[in-house]
Design a protein around this ligand. Structure first.
Ligand code: B3K
Ligand code: ZN
Length: 883
């Protein structure tokens, strides 16, 4: 626990931003690496802002200062002060060189921030994680993204223990030293902020590929992993090449160093990190092979490899002025990654997955006590703001802008953005200015989106006048307060729409003042609190298809009848809106069941899907998604007095009604047809078949559990790859099938040496529905393979339980909440970032039904009273409790 955590948390405010008084032009870092102790010498060439008088202050946390010199003169103790994570130095001037030497303790660093050890003392390797503020755990530095410097890094270490030495930048020599030691130097020609610094040292294997960029640079691509994992890196390498080509073609962006290193580690707090020239990945998002990786995971690997690579421009070449601008790089890069994945796979499915994620993760965040604008106004611990809002909603905002400007206009804007801000630390205003200016338009009204928390609500009401053949669509938006709690301004909300006849044909959309031939799809932009849009020559009362492709991240409220939704579900050619119609209809059907009223919507949903189930022109993967109602978290979002176990039960019943309508026989036949193609191929068709097969088996389980279990048991044994095997395992375990114990034991043995596959073994069990989950979690904690020190394992057991299993976590007796509170305390002492992330599972407790709410409150309040929480956990608990 560091000193700061015992003080009252300081709030950092966007409005307090000041340009740095001191910058660092060049940094020379010399590392003498060892597992227990490493020493770092840093030589900083300082530049002073002539307009400011502040003394030189550098950030530094948990550093043991061994020596300090200014302009080659050792400093007397009276000339500097190291107090409260700040080193203040007297006598520095513009052009001074400050040299510090510090000692670090990598093996004792369980926070996985700064310099730390991955794996065991004997076989593991050293690595760094700096974003957001980890560099100050390595050396004294103005550790803020608007200080950009050129880095020269020299690593020295024992040759046998650390045969591979890597840092960001281009290699600049290496050699032998006395005593079995060696050295390697790296020079990065591109000035960068400290959060992009990285090093790796240890025993690693590599795969290599030569790559030539579109502008002719020869680049060596190297992926590094421990010996037992290197055979699982080929897919990532191919994905990297695809990403590099795509960024050249879609954005004209080329890679800019001679080498690009990617390293896999099993000990990582997040998905991956875009350090300049040396990306570091959580193994979960880099390693892949058919025997241990599901289709979904393959797509995640491809997406994360692309995401980190794309950061080289959106993040590294153009970085953020301060951490409030985080979405400038993250929202934009998620958008770029989503576009890439849509191009590589199925675009409508990608859109469905992205919106489903937004609704599952971001909407609840935005609706509860952790809500914050995409550009927050203040924070205590920046690591708590790597949120779904900054990432996913941030991406939606970029998507709206891209849609508004059109393909070419957006590219023109992005070109200007990169050109104008290359090498700079930019703001969201800079981004909107470049996009706007390149298109001769003012995009500043979109800034309002970045300043308000909460999901906007959009109401739509249509009126058809048969006599005048006019259709009037009235759109109304709810106005929310902005960052400063000032009454907000209306947001610009682009609504992509189409009108359908009752036969499912699209109507031409003719609006006032329009001369060109009317299109059948167009975007109208709502800019006021309420607006009417009138369409002429509409020959029949239409059914509107609104917000096509989810053209704005809002909650739409439209007075559709179940028949109208069923019509869109059958006929809409926008894959996303077709799915959306199914989702909306399923919600109504769910409400029919919940309220015990006439089941008109339930009938309409089942009938429409039964019809589509027979339609062999529809894509298998899309069909699988159409057959899936919204998840339990989404359903809960619409309610107050939430009982997650009741929601689970009702959702099961809803699916059972669908399964019965489709019929056990038809489901079995479909399963068999799909199963005849069982393979490990990764092409879209094969993946789509596996996706539908899984869904069909789940439905069959509800219509005829006996035969589904027999099929699942066979599928488990004969599965050619992980997708099918895990689907079968999950079904048997969650259904408490007689075979469950045997398949779990088999899986355990089969994948004992593969940490990522074993994580899934933990997760499947932690997601047992209902009260049974908690006892299983307690049992699994005792498993020799469980450890609180590995974030993936913690997520596999506790993350899956508290965030991926509402009916298991939310027991009526509150035992789930007490367990989480207890484990958070232990975890917080080891890894505050991880503890804080897990604690977000308490979000939304205020909306639980009274008994659960009280149990949750007691558990959270108990945590809050605990004196020594980390700043990370304290901020989350404080926020969760205070609203
Ligand atoms: N930029 C990193 C995330 C860093 C998180 C720091 N707590 C990965 C990414 O978004 O690409
Ligand atoms: Zn990112």
């Amino acid at each position: 626990m560091n000193a700061l955590s015992e003080q009252a948390p300081t709030l950092i405010r966007l409005d307090d931003y000041r340009a740095p008084a001191w910058r660092v032009e060049t940094v020379e870092l010399d590392f003498d690496l060892g597992i227990d102790a490493s020493e770092v010498v840093a030589r900083l060439l300082l530049r002073r802002d002539p307009a400011q008088t502040a003394p030189l202050r550098l950030d530094g946390e948990n550093l043991q200062l061994l020596s300090i010199a200014l302009d080659d003169q050792p400093l007397p103790a009276t000339a500097y002060r190291y107090i409260g994570n700040v080193l203040e130095v007297d006598g520095a001037h513009d052009g001074s060189v400050l040299e510090t030497r510090v000692r670090l303790r990598p093996a004792a660093n369980t926070t996985l921030e700064g310099l730390y050890l991955s794996g065991s003392r004997e076989a593991g390797f050293l690595l760094t994680q700096c974003e957001a503020e980890g560099f100050r755990h390595i050396t004294f530095f103005p550790d803020r993204p608007d200080v950009q410097s050129r880095y020269t890094v020299t690593l020295r270490a024992d040759h046998t223990r650390f045969p591979v030495l890597l840092a960001g930048g281009n290699p600049d020599g290496s050699g032998k030293l006395e005593g079995g030691r060696h050295w390697a130097r790296f020079v990065d020609p591109h000035p960068k902020p400290s959060y992009l610094f990285a090093l790796v040292a240890g025993r690693l294997e590599k795969i290599e590929r030569d790559y030539v960029t579109a502008d002719g640079r020869a680049v060596q691509l190297k992926i590094w992993a421990e010996a037992d994992a290197i055979a699982r890196c080929d897919y990532a390498m191919a994905a990297l090449e695809r990403s590099m080509r795509w960024d050249e073609q879609a954005y004209g962006r080329n890679y800019d160093l001679d080498v690009f290193h990617v390293v896999a580690t099993h000990d990582f707090n997040m998905g991956a990190m875009e350090n300049k020239g040396l990306n570091i990945f959580n193994a979960k998002y880099l390693l892949a092979d058919p025997d241990s990786t599901t289709d979904d995971e393959y797509r995640h690997v491809e997406a994360v490899v692309a995401h980190e690579y794309f950061h080289n421009w959106s993040g590294n070449r153009v970085t953020c002025r301060d951490w409030f601008q985080l979405s400038l790089k993250e929202g934009l890069t998620v958008f770029r990654e989503q576009s890439f994945s849509a191009d590589m796979n199925s675009a409508p499915l990608k859109r469905i997955e992205d919106v489903a994620l937004l609704r599952r993760a971001q909407f609840p965040e935005d609706a509860g006590p952790l809500a914050h604008p995409v550009r927050p106004a203040q924070y205590s611990e920046i690591n708590n703001f790597y949120t779904a809002t900054v990432y996913e909603k941030g991406s939606e905002l970029v998507r709206m802008l891209a849609g508004r400007l059109g393909r070419e206009g957006f590219r023109r804007g992005m070109d200007l953005y990169f050109e104008r801000n290359d090498g700079r630390a930019a703001t969201l205003e800079d981004f909107l200015a470049a996009l706007g200016e390149a298109n001769g338009t003012d995009l500043t009204p979109y800034l309002a989106w970045y300043a308000q928390a909460g999901t906007p609500r959009l109401k739509a009401h249509g009126h058809y006048d048969a006599a005048s053949r006019e259709y009037t669509l009235t759109l109304t938006q709810q106005i929310q307060a902005d960052t400063h709690h000032e009454p907000g301004t209306p947001l610009p909300i682009p609504v992509k729409l189409a009108l359908f006849t009752r036969n499912g044909d699209m109507l031409p959309l003719q609006m006032d003042g329009q001369t060109a031939k009317p299109e059948t799809e167009r975007i109208v932009v709502l800019t006021q609190a309420e607006q009417r849009f009138v369409f002429h020559n509409v020959i029949t009362a239409p059914v509107p298809s609104l917000l096509r492709g989810f053209s704005a991240p809002v909650i739409l409220d439209c007075d559709y009848t179940p028949e109208e939704l069923a019509l869109l579900l059958r006929h809409d050619i926008d894959g996303f809106n077709r799915w959306e119609a199914s989702q909306q209809l399923a919600i109504r059907a769910y409400e029919n069941l919940r309220d015990g009223v006439a089941d008109v919507a339930l009938q309409a949903w089942c009938e429409a899907l039964a019809q589509l189930f027979q339609d062999d022109t529809i894509d298998d993967a899309l069909l699988a998604e159409l057959l899936t109602p919204p998840g339990e978290i989404e359903l809960a979002e619409r309610e107050t007095g939430i009982d997650p176990q009741h929601i689970h039960m009702l959702r099961e019943r809803l699916q059972q009604r669908l399964a019965e309508r489709l019929g056990a026989m038809a489901l079995r036949q479909r399963f068999q047809t799909l199963d005849a193609h069982a393979s490990i191929e990764l092409d879209a068709l094969s993946q789509a078949r596996r996706r539908l097969k899984r869904r069909v088996l789940e439905l069959l389980n509800l219509a005829d559990g006996g035969s589904a279990r027999v099929l699942a048991a066979v599928q488990y044994r004969s599965a050619p790859g992980m997708t099918d095997r895990l689907a079968a395992l999950t079904m048997l375990v969650h259904g408490h099938a007689a075979q469950a114990a045997a398949v779990l034991a088999d899986y355990r043995e089969r994948h004992a040496d593969n940490a990522l596959a074993l994580d899934k073994w933990f997760a499947v069990q932690a997601q047992l529905p209902g009260d049974a989950a908690l006892e299983r979690v307690l049992l699994l904690e005792q498993d020799p393979a469980f450890t609180l020190k590995n974030p993936n394992r913690v997520q596999a057991l506790f993350g899956a339980f508290v965030r991926g299993n509402p009916s298991g976590f939310h027991r009526a007796d509150g035992a789930g909440y007490r367990l989480l509170a207890e484990r958070l305390l232990t975890l917080d002492a080891l890894n505050p970032q991880l503890a804080a992330r897990l604690a977000t599972a308490f979000n939304g407790w205020q909306r639980l039904e009274p008994q659960r709410r009280e149990a949750a409150r007691v558990a959270i309040a108990g945590l809050a009273r605990h004196g020594a929480l980390s700043r990370n956990l304290a901020e989350i608990i404080g926020n969760v409790l205070s609203h």
